[in-house]
Design a protein. Structure first.
Lengths: 438, 382
C-alpha cells in the first residue's frame, strides 16, 4: 500500500484517513456502515444531475446568437436573419486564433474573419424560421445571449406580439434584450455591417448605444419585458424606436418612434415630435433640452441648455354625467413638474440668475418649451390613434367601472377626442450651477 | 401509560422555537411564491393583495384547529394521544391525514418538477427532476425533524434575504400605476378569492403532529402567528413583485410570474439572469417542504400504530408521491389549476376536518376516561 506519511503529500494521507473515518471503515456493525454510506450514495446520485441530462450543452457545439432580425415576407412567411458569434474571430491566449489567420503578439482578432456570421431561415412563424436557421447552421444555435431583437416593418404592422411571443416563452432567452423596429430601406445596411470599430460585433454596439440612449436621450429604447406587459392591456400602447445607420459614418441612431395600437404599428413620431414621450412616461432623467433665451428668443445662438434632474407627473381625469346618469370622461388634467439645472448659458443670453425676475423668466421660458414639446407629442399621437403615454391608466385608476366600458375603444376612439390640459412648472434647481461652472 | 411514548420523543427530535417558526414558514412559502400570483391575479385582479391579507387571517383558523387538536402541548402529537384513547380511531384518522399529506406531496412534487422542467431542463424528461427530488427528500428524511429544521434554518438564512434583495433590485423597474387603485374594488370577489391563498397558508395545520417535536415550554400559538404573518408577507411580496413590473393582466397569463420578474431584473452588464440564483435555492426549499410534509405524514402513522421510529416510511411516501406526480399532470398551468381546485376545495378541507375530528375524539375520550392519565410523560436522557 502506498504511504504518504512523512512525505510532502502527507495531507493526502490525512484526507484519506478522514474519509475512512467518515465512512466508518473501522469495522463498524454492518447496519451502521450502510447507514453512513447510503447518504453519500444519495448525494453522489444527485451529482449526476449536474451534467444537465438531456439539456446538456457542449460549449464547442454552440452558435451564440446575439442579434435576430424578424420580418414577414409578402407571401406571409416569416424570415429570420440571425447574427451568430464567430468563434474564429475571438482572441486566443497566444494571440492567434483557431483558424490560424491573423492575430499576432499581444493578442487580437482574426483579420480575415468578421466577429459575427449571418444565417437565415424562413417559416410559417417565428419558431419555424428560427428552426430553419438552426438547421442551416453548423453549430447548434443558442438563444441565451441574444442582445438585440430587430423587427421589420411588415411584421410590426402585422403582429408585433407574434414576434415577441417566442422569445418571451423561451426559457433560455433573456427578456431584457433590446427591441427595435427597422424600416425596409435600412435592413440591408444594418445587417450588412458585421464589424463595428471599437465595440466588436454589431449587437454589442447596439446594446452599448441603447444603454447610452437610455440614460442621456429624450428617446428611450425599450427592452422585451417592457413591451409584453403593455401589449396585454389596452390602457397604454407600445412605442418602439426605429433604428437606422447613418451614412457615411455608419453610426447607429434613432430616426423616430413607431407607435402601436395593440400589436399593430399604426404610425410614426419623428424625433422632435417624440421628445414629449419621455416627459409623460416618467422616464425623464438627466436629459438636455434647449430653451430660447428669454431676452433674445429669436436668436438660436443665445439658446440656453438645461438639464432635467427629475420630474413628477400627475394626471387627473375629470368626469361629468350625461342626462341618462351615465358617467363620461370630460377631460384629463396633466400637471408636470420638473427640476432642471443650467447646463450652458451662452454669453449671447445675458441672464443674471441671482435676480429673481430673470431667474423666473428662464423658468417660464423652459416651461413654455416643455409645454410645446409635450403638446406636440400628444396631438401627433392622437392623430395616429395610439396612446403610448398611458393616459388610459389614469382613467382606469380614477374610474375602473367606466374603464371596463371604454377600455376596448380607448386608443382609436376615446383618446383622440379627449381634451388634455397641460400645466407645466419648471424649477431651476442646483443653484451652484446657476452662476458659473465650478 | 406515558412510558409507551417515551421512546418516540427523544431530546434529539426537539426543535427550537426559531427552528419551528422557520419549519412552519418553509411548509408554506416555497409553493405559494411561485404558483399563487398568476391564479390570484386572474381571479381577483387588483383585489388579489387584499385577498391575501384576508387569507392570512383565515389561515390562523386551521392552525388553531391543529393546536387545539393536539391539546396545545408540545412533545405529544395528536395521533400519539389519540392512540391512548382509541387505537382504531387513531389509525383511521391517521390514514386520512396521511392520505391528505401524500396528496399534498404529489402536488408539490409536480410543481417542483414542472418548474425545473420548464425553466431549467426543458428537454429532460420530467421523471429525471422527480427522481432527483425523491433522492434529495429521501436523504433529508433519513432521521428526525430536527436535522430538517437545521437545514431549514441554514437555507432560510440564505433564501429569505435573497427574496428581499430581488424585490429591492426590481424596484427601479416598478410602475406603481399598475397596482392602482390600491383599495379593493370588489369585496365579495376578494373574500371568495381568499379561500385559495388561505388553503396554502393554512398548511400550518400540520402543527397537530409537528408540535410534538418542539421543545417544552414553547409558545406554539405565538410561533404559529409569527410564521403565518411572515408567510403572508412573503406571498404579498411575491404577488406585488410581478404586479408592479407587469400589471395584473400580464401577470395572470404568466406561468410563473415571480420567475418572470426575476428574469427581468438587470443592472448594466453585471447583474442578469438572477433566476439561476433563485431557482437552486427554491429547489432546496421545496425539497425541504416535501421532507417536512412526508415526515409529518409518516410520524402520524407510526404514532397511531404505536411504533417508535418512522424509518423508511417518509422515503416511501415521497417516492410514491413522486411516481404519482408523473402520471397526474401535464404542464405547469394544469398543475396550478389542479392545485387550485383539488387542494383548496377538496384535500385541504378534508385535512382540517380530519384533524378537528381527531381533536374532538381525543376530548371525548378524555371525558369518558375514568382513570387519570397524561400524555406528557417524562423525557428520557439521551
Amino acid at each position: 500500500m502506498i504511504s504518504f506519511a512523512g512525505s510532502r503529500l502527507r495531507f493526502l494521507a490525512e484526507g484519506m484517513a478522514a474519509i475512512r473515518r467518515s465512512l466508518g471503515s473501522a469495522t463498524p456493525p454492518n447496519g451502521a456502515k450502510v447507514r453512513r454510506i447510503f447518504p453519500a450514495v444519495l448525494l453522489a446520485a444527485g451529482l449526476l444531475g449536474l451534467t444537465g441530462c438531456w439539456d446538456m450543452l457542449a460549449v464547442e457545439d454552440l452558435g451564440f446568437v446575439n442579434l435576430v432580425y424578424l420580418d414577414r415576407l409578402p407571401n406571409g412567411r416569416v424570415v429570420a436573419r440571425i447574427q451568430v458569434t464567430n468563434p474564429s474571430s475571438l482572441p486566443t491566449p497566444g494571440g492567434g486564433n483557431p483558424s490560424g489567420s491573423g492575430g499576432g503578439a499581444g493578442g487580437g482578432t482574426s483579420q480575415a474573419a468578421t466577429p459575427v456570421y449571418q444565417i437565415y431561415g424562413t417559416g410559417l412563424n417565428v419558431a419555424q424560421a428560427l428552426r430553419a436557421a438552426d438547421l442551416a447552421s453548423i453549430n447548434r444555435l443558442y438563444t441565451g445571449h441574444i442582445q438585440v431583437l430587430l423587427v421589420g416593418e411588415h411584421e410590426a404592422r402585422t403582429d408585433l406580439a407574434e414576434a415577441l411571443d417566442f422569445f418571451e416563452r423561451n426559457p433560455k432567452s433573456r427578456t431584457i434584450q433590446w427591441v427595435y423596429i427597422v424600416e425596409p430601406a435600412d435592413v440591408n445596411r444594418i445587417l450588412g455591417q458585421l464589424t463595428v470599430p471599437s465595440t466588436g460585433y454589431p449587437a454589442n454596439a447596439i446594446s452599448n448605444f441603447s444603454l447610452h440612449m437610455e440614460s442621456a436621450s429624450n428617446l428611450r429604447p425599450v427592452r422585451l419585458y417592457q413591451l409584453t406587459d403593455v401589449l396585454a392591456t389596452p390602457e397604454r400602447d407600445v412605442a418602439i424606436p426605429i433604428l437606422t445607420l447613418t451614412t457615411p459614418a455608419r453610426i447607429y441612431t434613432i430616426k423616430g418612434m413607431a407607435l402601436f395600437r395593440g400589436p399593430h404599428w399604426v404610425g410614426t413620431l419623428s424625433v422632435p415630435d417624440a421628445a414629449g414621450l419621455t416627459w409623460l412616461r416618467h422616464q425623464i432623467r438627466f436629459q438636455d433640452f434647449t430653451v430660447p433665451c428669454p431676452f433674445h428668443p429669436a436668436q438660436p445662438s443665445a439658446d440656453l441648455t438645461l438639464q432635467t434632474m427629475g420630474a413628477t407627473l400627475k394626471a387627473h381625469p375629470l368626469f361629468n354625467t350625461n342626462r341618462a346618469g351615465q358617467r363620461l370622461l370630460k377631460s384629463i388634467d396633466v400637471h408636470l413638474f420638473a427640476m432642471v439645472r443650467v447646463s450652458e448659458s451662452p454669453p449671447a443670453c445675458p441672464v443674471s440668475y441671482e435676480k429673481p425676475r430673470q431667474h423666473d423668466a428662464v423658468s417660464q421660458m423652459a416651461a413654455q418649451t416643455v409645454l410645446t414639446v409635450v403638446s406636440t407629442s400628444i396631438e401627433k399621437a392622437k392623430r395616429i390613434g395610439s396612446d403610448p403615454f398611458g393616459f388610459g391608466t389614469y382613467v382606469r385608476i380614477a374610474d375602473p367601472a367606466l374603464w371596463t366600458r371604454i377600455g376596448p375603444s380607448w386608443a382609436n376612439q376615446i383618446f383622440p377626442a379627449v381634451p388634455i390640459t397641460l400645466h407645466v412648472r419648471i424649477r431651476l434647481d442646483d443653484t451652484g450651477g446657476l452662476y458659473r461652472p465650478l | 401509560m406515558s412510558g409507551r411514548l417515551t421512546g418516540v420523543y427523544t431530546r434529539y427530535t426537539q426543535v427550537s422555537t426559531l427552528q419551528f417558526i422557520l419549519v412552519l414558514m418553509v411548509l408554506v412559502f416555497p409553493t405559494e411564491m411561485f404558483t399563487l400570483p398568476a391564479p390570484l391575479a386572474l381571479k381577483a385582479g387588483l383585489n388579489a393583495p387584499w385577498a391575501v391579507l384576508v387569507a392570512g387571517l383565515e389561515a390562523l383558523l386551521p392552525f388553531v384547529v391543529g393546536l387545539w387538536a393536539s391539546q396545545g402541548r408540545s412533545a405529544v402529537s395528536l395521533y400519539a394521544s389519540l392512540r391512548l384513547v382509541s387505537p382504531p380511531t387513531a389509525l383511521l384518522l391517521a390514514l386520512v391525514f396521511v392520505g391528505c399529506v401524500w396528496a399534498l406531496n404529489v402536488l408539490v412534487m409536480a410543481e417542483y418538477a414542472e418548474i425545473v422542467h420548464g425553466f431549467l431542463l426543458p428537454r429532460t424528461p420530467l421523471a429525471i427532476p422527480v427522481f432527483f427530488g425523491i433522492t434529495l427528500v429521501a436523504f433529508m428524511t433519513q432521521s428526525t425533524l430536527e436535522p430538517i429544521a437545521r437545514m431549514t434554518e441554514i437555507v432560510s438564512v440564505i433564501g429569505l434575504p435573497i427574496l428581499a434583495l430581488v424585490f429591492l433590485l426590481a424596484m427601479p423597474y416598478m410602475d406603481v400605476h399598475w397596482v392602482e387603485p390600491i383599495w379593493p374594488q370588489q369585496p365579495g370577489l376578494m373574500l371568495k378569492t381568499s379561500i385559495l391563498p388561505a388553503s396554502y397558508l393554512g398548511e400550518v395545520v400540520l402543527v397537530a403532529v409537528l408540535g410534538s417535536h418542539v421543545a417544552p415550554g414553547t409558545r406554539l400559538l405565538r410561533a404559529g402567528i409569527i410564521a403565518t404573518v411572515f408567510n403572508t408577507v412573503i406571498l404579498l411580496v411575491s404577488l406585488y413583485l410581478p404586479l408592479l413590473l407587469f400589471g395584473p393582466v400580464h401577470t395572470s397569463v404568466l406561468s410563473s410570474p415571480m420567475l418572470a420578474a426575476v428574469r427581468a431584473i438587470h443592472y448594466g452588464y453585471v447583474l442578469e439572469r438572477l433566476d439561476t440564483v433563485v431557482l437552486p435555492i427554491w429547489i432546496v426549499l421545496i425539497c425541504l417542504k416535501m421532507a417536512i410534509v412526508a415526515f409529518t405524514g409518516a410520524e402520524a402513522l407510526v404514532n397511531a400504530a404505536g411504533h417508535r421510529k418512522t424509518k423508511w416510511l417518509p422515503s416511501a411516501l415521497v417516492g410514491s408521491a413522486g411516481i404519482a406526480s408523473l402520471y397526474e399532470f401535464q404542464s405547469l398551468p394544469s398543475t396550478i389549476h389542479v392545485i387550485g381546485v383539488m387542494w383548496s376545495q377538496w384535500v385541504f378541507p378534508i385535512l382540517v376536518v380530519s384533524v378537528a375530528a381527531g381533536g374532538l375524539a381525543l376530548r371525548l375520550g378524555e371525558a369518558r376516561s375514568t382513570r387519570p392519565w397524561s400524555t406528557a410523560g417524562p423525557r428520557p436522557t439521551p
